[in-house]
Design a protein around this ligand. Structure first.
Ligand code: CP
Length: 347
């Protein structure tokens, strides 16, 4: 839903729950601004864009990159990012009485220029609940709602990945092959980063191979949309269950653990069950032997990396790994997102 002050050609006031909700032109505008913000990090053209403004951050789950990069982003734009502890706010939940999303969103909109929300894993009872929650906030808030990673999507991560690929491969990603590879991690990860990657990389013309053991299917709707993007772009899409085959000729290898569709049952997230199950697949690790089959492929990962499970140290810290560039990009893309959606200059 458009907020009343939105203009068709401006991103001012827009929510960002997944990059699928933004046009390709809007995505490219954001990436180009982020790239310029990286080159001219402390230029006066950027340092007062959010002067005296606050960005509120609801973190239902922990974070290293997202929290620090949003705080730095707000500071570098002349504003302030405020960390909110949802557990201390008497919010209404399925189990407890408290303030509704409508009231919370309306009140927060009176204070802040924008609101970020992270909700993942054990903080929801079923897949999709986090996405519904963000969309409910977006319905009632008068300021942009930005996903800081929720059960379905992680748009800031997707944009940071693409910024990294543009630097290391070039602006035209069409025809480059992504291998999205399931790693046997010990963290039972949400689907947000890998699903955002599938949607965005395919939209930008990359061919996609997803490799995972049987029983680790992702959201069928996301797979359907990814397939459609690949078809529109004339690119291949495949899902395989082989530990090595997908590495053949890959330009980018994204090795990451993700939970199985059975992680949520009986109204709860079963983390320990998922970990015990995942750790049995010891062959599912990205290592140097497998990377030798690629077309001098880059290694990408949203971090935190589960070294020794998802990927070996040798690959994660190797010369083709771009993990730290991508982590840095979180700062630049979030500055661009905040500027375009919250600063009067881009209204
Ligand atoms: N990639 C990412 O979102 O990292 P954090 O969980 O540390 O924020």
């Amino acid at each position: 839903m458009m907020k009343e002050y939105e203009h068709k050609d401006s991103l001012y006031g827009r929510d960002l729950i997944t990059t699928e909700d933004w046009s390709l032109d809007e995505i490219m505008r954001t990436l180009e601004l982020a790239e310029d913000m990286q080159k001219n990090r402390f230029s006066p053209k950027y340092t007062e864009l959010l002067k005296d403004r606050s960005f509120f951050m609801f973190f239902h789950n922990p974070s290293v990159r997202t929290r620090q990069s949003f705080e730095c982003a707000a500071t570098e734009l002349g504003g302030h990012a405020q960390y909110l502890e949802p557990g201390g706010m008497r919010l209404k939940t399925k189990k407890t009485a408290g303030e509704t999303i409508e009231d919370t969103a309306k009140v927060m909109s009176r204070y802040a220029a924008g609101i970020g929300i992270r909700i993942l894993e054990d903080k929801i009872a079923s897949y999709g609940e986090g996405d519904n929650m963000l969309r409910e906030y977006a319905k009632w808030a008068d300021v942009p709602i930005i996903s800081m990673a929720h059960d379905k999507y992680h748009p800031c991560q997707g944009l940071a990945d693409i910024m990294g690929l543009r630097k290391h491969i070039g602006e035209n990603l069409k025809g480059k092959k992504l291998l999205l590879y399931w790693g046997h991690g010990a963290l039972a990860r949400s689907w947000c980063s890998v699903q955002e990657a599938l949607l965005l990389y395919s939209r930008l013309g990359m061919s996609i191979t997803v490799a995972h053991p049987e029983g680790y299917d992702l959201d069928p709707e996301v797979i359907k949309t990814t397939k459609l993007h690949c078809k529109e772009q004339g690119q291949k899409f495949e899902i395989i269950h082989d530990t090595v085959k997908g590495f053949e000729d890959a330009n980018v290898v994204y090795a990451r653990n993700w939970m199985s569709p059975n992680a949520y049952h009986d109204g709860e997230f079963h983390k320990e069950e998922e970990i015990v199950k995942a750790l049995k697949y010891t062959d599912w690790i990205c290592d140097e032997d497998k990377m030798k089959h690629t077309d001098d492929g880059l290694f990408i990962h949203p971090m935190p990396v589960d070294r020794g499970h998802e990927v070996t140290d040798e690959v994660a810290s190797g010369k083709r790994s771009i993990i730290y560039d991508v982590a840095e990009n979180r700062l630049h893309v979030q500055k661009a997102i905040m500027a375009l959606t919250m600063s009067e200059k881009y209204r």
